[in-house]
Design a protein around this ligand. Sequence first.
Ligand SMILES: CC(C)(COP(=O)(O)OP(=O)(O)OC[C@H]1O[C@@H](n2cnc3c(N)ncnc32)[C@H](O)[C@@H]1OP(=O)(O)O)[C@@H](O)C(=O)NCCC(=O)NCCS
Length: 150
Amino acid sequence: MNAETAPIVFRPMRPDDYPAMIGLMRRAPGVSVREADTPEGLGRFLARNPGLGFVAERDGRLVGCLMAGHDGRRGHLHHLTVDAGCRRRGLALALVERCLAALEREGIHKTHIDVYRDNAPGNGFWQAAGWTRRDDTHRFSIVRGGGENA
Ligand SMILES: CC(C)(COP(=O)(O)OP(=O)(O)OC[C@H]1O[C@@H](n2cnc3c(N)ncnc32)[C@H](O)[C@@H]1OP(=O)(O)O)[C@@H](O)C(=O)NCCC(=O)NCCS
């Protein structure tokens, strides 16, 4: 079996996925890698949200990732990315399903994702996945104690 036909394997995200994840995300327009996206940052996020994020692997190579967490009230997803060679095969849908099921097991029934307005694939995906685009809210943000790209 060659790498092209090898099955896709999904598993919970681990801190040591960082190098492969950051490479995948940096290659994807629409995913904004920030100062928060350090190895320590991923480790901290996973320690606070164990078992909620997932990756997809093919032939031992990381080809998809989705970070998921919650604050005790709402779920939040970050950095959904699928390798360009593996798109339109349902990988993103499968990652989202795993994350939402894990959040649901923790009693979290409403989850948010930020998508850049000019990210056509991203917007197309979330719409197709059945998510409701919010036009009734604005997101306000502040940076305090970090760099401009915090
Ligand atoms: C967006 C992205 C994660 C989708 O991954 P994927 O594995 O190809 O998505 P799926 O195969 O699960 O797609 C499910 C459905 O979503 C919709 N969809 C997926 N990609 C789409 C695109 N580029 N344009 C419009 N609709 C799209 C389709 O309806 C698709 O079903 P179909 O293939 O039967 O038509 C992937 O294109 C990607 O990594 N893009 C770069 C990073 C990015 O923008 N991430 C999103 C940040 S919010």
